[in-house]
Design a protein around this ligand. Structure first.
Ligand code: ATR
Length: 273
């Protein structure tokens, strides 16, 4: 039986076991996928133990995505660029780190019927944390021509202009004006998430054909997405990114290419999985 897990702390809220078990059942595979609470100081020991026990690999979530890097034998180019790892595979006694978040973001926005290469003309990204790094890496790799980045702490946005050639940093105070020529808008801050402050943003200047997405998926329809939808913009919620990032992980663990189908999404939303 092929075994895999997601490690993090806290971990009980993770959707990953439900995602992977849905696909295991759908494809009638004998496999297991569990959530194992793992604080940072236990990561090295936990990985060694799971490798020894014949696990195929693990997904990582907070607070382990960066902490794992010094423990790995190999790091993919994407993970290196993003500076974070969400997938570790064990092969021939070695630990390999990869990152599928950038892929998840791109696949999610591409799945919208109104997506076209024009969406890559000018992306506006809010936030410059870990999630933002993956989104920028995904957009740059997909061929984005221009990315305007706005972050409350301007220094962090400026730092990213040095790492990603298509990025221009603009002051956080300019976030509403910066939308006037956008073809894509992505909220990569934690604002708008349940229990967090709302995102204070006027989207009046945003072209009505610009695609709007939010990495926040709790609530599924953030205020940003609702406002965008009401004025006619195409919108993509953040749950799809979570589902799509798991697709290459599933293939790495169990050897099968799976689909982010509607039944899975519906099951996650209604918690019927
Ligand atoms: P993640 O890994 O999800 O990206 P993170 O690295 O903690 O999480 O990043 C959170 C992002 O939300 C950051 O861009 C943060 O801005 P700062 O870099 O200035 O901290 C942004 N953010 C969080 N709270 C915010 C607030 N009240 N106003 C504006 N931006 C906020």
């Amino acid at each position: 039986m092929k075994k895999a897990a997601v490690l993090g702390s806290p971990i009980s809220h993770s959707f990953s076991p439900r995602l992977h078990h849905y696909w295991l059942e759908k494809h009638q595979l004998e496999g297991n996928y569990e959530a194992i609470d793992t604080p940072k100081h236990m990561l090295a020991e936990r990985l060694a133990m799971l490798k020894e026990a014949g696990y195929k690999g693990v997904n990582l979530t907070l607070p382990l995505k960066q902490a794992v890097i010094p423990l790995l034998d190999n790091l993919s180019e994407t993970a290196q660029k993003i500076g974070a790892v969400n997938l570790v595979t064990f092969k021939q006694g070695e630990m390999n780190g990869d990152n599928t978040d950038a892929y998840g973001f791109i696949q999610n926005v591409k799945s919208h019927p109104s997506w076209s290469d024009k969406s890559l003309t000018h992306a506006v990204i809010l936030g410059a944390g870990g999630a933002s790094r993956a989104v920028i890496a995904g957009l740059q790799h997909a061929g984005a021509k221009q990315i305007s980045l706005l972050n409350r702490t301007h220094e962090k946005a400026k730092q990213l202009t040095e790492e990603f050639s298509v990025v221009t940093a603009l002051p956080w105070e300019k976030r509403s004006e910066a939308l006037s020529e956008a073809s894509l808008l992505a909220n990569c801050t934690s604002l708008g998430m349940m229990g967090e402050n709302p995102l204070d943003l006027s989207i009046d200047k945003l072209p009505v054909n610009a695609l709007v997405t939010d990495i926040v998926y709790n609530p599924l329809e953030t205020i940003l997405l609702r406002k965008a939808k009401e004025r006619g913009n195409p919108v993509v919620d953040g749950l799809g990114m979570l589902i799509h990032q798991a697709v290459p992980a599933f293939e790495a663990f169990y050897g099968i290419k799976v689909e982010a189908d509607e039944k899975l999404r519906h099951g996650l939303i209604t918690t019927k999985l």
